[in-house]
Design a protein around this ligand. Sequence first.
Ligand code: DSN
Length: 424
Amino acid sequence: MPEKDLAQVDAEVFKLIDEENRREHESMRLIASENYASRAVMEATGSCLTNKYSEGYARKRYYEGQAVIDRVEELAISRLRALFARTAEGAEDDIHVNVQPYSGSPANLAVYLAFCQPGDVVMGLGLPAGGHLTHGHTVSITGKYFKSVPYGVRREDHRIDMDEVRRLAKEHRPKLLWAGTTAYPRTLDFAAFRAIADEVGAVLAADIAHIAGLVAAGVHPSPIGVADVVTSTTHKTFRGPRGGMIFCKKAHASAIDRAVFPGLQGGPHNHTTAAIAVAALEASQPSFVDYAKAVVENARVLAEALVERGFGVTTGGTDNHLLLVDLTSKNIAGKPAAQALDRAGIVANYNAVPFDPRKPFDPSGLRVGTPAVTSRGMGKAEMAKLAEWIDRVVANPTDEALIAKVAGEVKALCDAFPAPGLRI
Ligand code: DSN
């Protein structure tokens, strides 16, 4: 008798997945860190590779039976190295890749473990200015076990203040300097970070989780070959499975590898590794460069359209895949706006804006990203429509009839742009 499938074994989970599949189809997903993985990526993620334990690295494992897994991991590594070498500084031979981190935060922890001792000074962009928790925020282990000195953005233009980075670095002599963001709409100047790290003898780590796809496609400068180590997730603009990866110079290979395993993790998630290999192959195609360019162009067009409608957009626009909308001029906070938009099928997240006078759980802004809608093939016309819907909903956040009408229009547009990977 054939084995039962999910719907037969567990109708409850099957139904939940089906509902999420529909929600992802019917909504305009604007969360800057989300995307649609392809059917091929998801097939690899849902494969028998999930069954295998393989502590260690290819050809140096602690369990037998690795004939296939070693090839999977080596394939993922060689594809990533070749892909990212295209836009990196320096030789492909000097790029070491580790594909085992379970996600971005474990990848970042591996950097601390490889280079720092508890109590060392570390510097990163402060969370309220658009940095990540793991770059030394007080509530994170990285802010508790290390002495964190955050830098910020300039009050006048909300761009990273490299003069402040240099001043703080000279004063505090960090062991580790992070260049990386989660809610920052402008290009990072990795060369300037490198110069500061060299002045003070710091290890430079770049976290490209948000922009990995843009870096691979050459539409954002690459820190690979510039920074000592580069961490990333694999599921944001890179459009792979939920996972992590680390690139570093060969000189740091064994420190990074030992930090990931056995320092922090046990067996790698081999099904994820295979899916990362698939995503790397997809990102190597010329069409991926077109995709990454379209992500940035859509964000630029959306920012312009929102500015025309009287929204504040921090820094006045964007160079990458996201924009940070300041709703102060619209007399609404980020949270009620995000909730009303969600009811209209437009899914973003409320977010602090730089120097936000409001509390982090009830901030002034919205973070809006274009990676997922661009994966559906949406372009300038759809961004203009999106700006109009956002404007209508934000101006009438309690008008449920209007919100229902917008939700219907959103669904009709989504029906016309089927997303990769979903089953509709
Ligand atoms: N949660 C991710 C984001 O939304 O940016 C970062 O870890």
